[in-house]
Write a protein that binds this ligand. Structure first.
Ligand code: IMP
Length: 193
């Protein structure tokens, strides 16, 4: 079965490809000649993920999935959430986004937060969603150089280091995306074994 992953992020593609069985061949947006800016105008991760998968299914009539991720901070009423990429502006600058979070969280005691990923899969016109969550806290200051996005200021529960201080292997095992992807892959591998 051919399955499109609505992304051009090679890193994400490789990660999932390595987990899929031989019966599924994964295609990127580039491989179906789609260079559109796919709209993400939903107010929730669920809406955004569905908007992206429906966009591809409706235009290309091919089985596909899309993901959307957000950092949800309790003391900020769940922000940045669906606005995580552009929290400090449309330039989507990770450094500025982290600075904004650290400023808003300055002196705040409740530092509980989570990363949440939602994957929307459409097969033969039917949509299914898979969720992955990792709980943790927002650090007082940045720590570590690995990873991307908010990794330097997020410390997962049960660990003494930030996501940016972990190897990718360890992060992938416990991360929001890793967990959502595992559920997706388990479903696909059972259905198409
Ligand atoms: P996306 O939906 O995967 O594009 O993620 C949206 C935004 O959430 C990204 O631009 C990052 O700011 C943030 N984000 C997503 N995944 C991670 C992660 O694993 N670590 C840190 N930040 C992340």
């Amino acid at each position: 079965m051919k399955l499109v992953f609505a992304t051009n992020n090679q890193h994400k593609l490789k990660e999932i490809e390595a987990m899929l069985g031989f019966n599924i061949s994964l295609l990127s947006l580039g491989e179906i000649n789609c260079s559109d800016e796919i709209p993400e105008t939903g107010e929730t991760l669920e809406e955004n993920a569905r908007q992206k998968s429906e966009y591809i299914f409706d235009r290309y009539n091919i089985n596909c999935f899309a993901d959307d991720t957000g950092l949800e901070i309790d003391a900020l009423n769940g922000e940045p959430g669906v606005y995580s990429a552009r929290y400090a502006g449309e330039e989507k600058d990770a450094e500025l986004n982290m600075r904004k979070v650290l400023r808003l969280m300055n002196g705040v005691n409740n530092r509980q937060a989570r990363f949440r990923t939602v994957i929307s899969l459409i097969i033969d016109g039917q949509e299914l969603q898979f969720e992955g969550v990792v709980e943790g806290v927002i650090l007082e200051e940045k720590a570590g150089e690995e990873g991307f996005g908010y990794d330097p200021i997020f410390q997962p529960t049960g660990f003494n280091e930030s996501f940016a201080q972990m190897s990718l292997d360890v992060k992938n095992k416990i991360s929001h995306r890793g967990r959502a992807v595992s559920k997706l892959v388990q479903y696909l591998n059972e259905k198409y074994e």
